[in-house]
Design a protein around this ligand. Structure first.
Ligand code: TRP
Length: 394
């Protein structure tokens, strides 16, 4: 079975990337033929105005991938834009892909709304919108089972109303300015390239005739579209591509230092590039059970973000004791965080060291990816030749 996945280079990686994506990739490379690439062209579909950071971002991803354990001897690691054949297949696919397939793609619509700087909005209000939603939902006459889903739903509604307000022109310009939103932001993603994002993704996958694609749930519509493009091509020109399956990664969501999902835009992430001191400061700022104000107060480990980290990073035999002592009040949060920091460092330190030593020889690191790109290209060229023959171009 051939497995492929890609990642957009948005900068250095954090713990959430590891537990959500990379850990799974590392397991897969042991038993399957695996290809992993840095999707720099995909990054351009949204960040085309900020290419000054692109090279740096790619380098950070290369450092983190290898430091974390992706192994160029086991996986083909490469950079999308080095394999020009992806672009050629993308062009040919664009001839056969109905526009409606793309316009209906739910992640295209979602992404557009999200990109209307809803994240900026939140940062702007320093979590004010979320606080407001919390305030509102706390007054609901019934119990909310899945608070986060409700929160997301309201945020979603909010951003959609915002889009409407912007376009129908009934939002006053000074408010727009304050919200840091403009029609232009919206048009930023109103490009041909952004609409065609999933077609490029289909080319990435099918050019290697991959059978399986490990991705998060948000990517499912893209994989479905990939299958549809494969079917359409096979129908028009004869059997050529297998229909790849998505491999959903079952990962518990890793929280950041504020208890929300770990994310760069929430400013709550722990990075592999962080120094020991930076990690320590972050751990000390970690949110805990808000009802446990001082040592002696009984705590609720089941809702405490620090305890979630204990379960991942502290030795099993200690975790039970911590749980007990937190509940009884014997263990204070400062002490508890110190123990967690030790465990976290046991995990992070060797990664940090590998990262540092890789950094001493960036040329070598880049060569690894150039070599990977050359090997990937050999496969891509073969598929493309077959495609050209089938389409009577050759
Ligand atoms: N769209 C993916 C993401 O945002 C990245 C990606 C690009 C990808 N091409 C791919 C993933 C091909 C899997 C296969 O994360």
């Amino acid at each position: 079975m051939r497995v492929i996945s890609g990642m957009r280079p948005t900068g250095k990686l954090h713990l959430g990337h590891y537990f959500g994506v990379i850990k799974n990739w590392i397991n897969l490379q042991e038993n399957h033929e695996t290809l992993f690439f840095i999707a720099d062209w995909h990054a351009l579909t949204t960040a085309y105005k900020k290419t000054s950071e692109l090279k740096e971002n790619i380098r950070e991803v290369m450092l983190d991938w290898i430091a974390l354990g992706l192994d160029p001897k086991k996986s083909l690691l490469f950079i999308q834009s080095r394999v020009k054949e992806h672009a050629e297949l993308f062009l040919l696919f664009s001839m056969i892909t109905p526009k409606s397939w793309l316009e209906w793609n739910p992640s295209y619509k979602d992404m557009k709304y999200n990109l209307l700087r809803i994240q900026d909005l939140e940062i702007q209000f320093k979590g004010g919108i979320r606080d407001l939603i919390k305030e509102l939902t706390s007054r609901l006459p019934y119990k909310v089972e899945d608070f986060e889903a409700l929160e997301d739903m309201i945020l979603d509604e909010l951003s959609q109303s915002l889009v409407r307000a912007v376009f129908e022109g009934y939002m006053e310009s000074h408010i727009l300015k304050e919200l840091n939103v403009s029609k232009r932001d919206f048009y930023d993603t109103d490009t041909y390239g952004f609409l065609g994002y999933p077609v490029l993704q289909a080319a990435d996958i099918l050019i290697y005739k991959a059978n399986a694609v490990p991705v998060g749930e948000d990517q499912l519509p893209h994989i479905e579209l990939t299958r549809e493009i494969a079917r359409r091509f096979n129908y028009l020109y004869g059997d050529t591509f297998p229909e790849p399956q998505a491999m959903l990664t079952q990962t518990p969501k890793l929280v950041g230092i504020d208890g929300r999902k770990m994310s760069k835009s929430y400013n709550n992430a722990i990075y592999f590039a962080d120094t020991k001191e930076e990690v320590e400061q972050k751990v000390m700022r970690f949110f805990t059970d808000p009802q446990k104000l001082r040592k002696g107060d009984p705590g609720r480990p089941e809702i405490c973000p620090v305890f979630m980290y204990h379960k991942l990073f502290t030795q099993d035999e200690k975790v039970l004791q911590i749980e007990k002592d937190c509940k009884s009040g014997k263990l204070g949060c400062v002490e508890c965080k110190k123990i967690m920091f030790e465990g976290l460092e046991r995990f992070l330190e060797p990664i940090r060291e590998r990262r540092e030593s890789l950094k001493q020889d960036i040329k070598h690191l880049e060569e690894l990816f150039e070599e990977g790109s050359k090997k990937a290209r050999q496969i891509a060229i073969k598929t493309l030749e077959e495609v050209e023959k089938k389409m009577n171009l050759r």
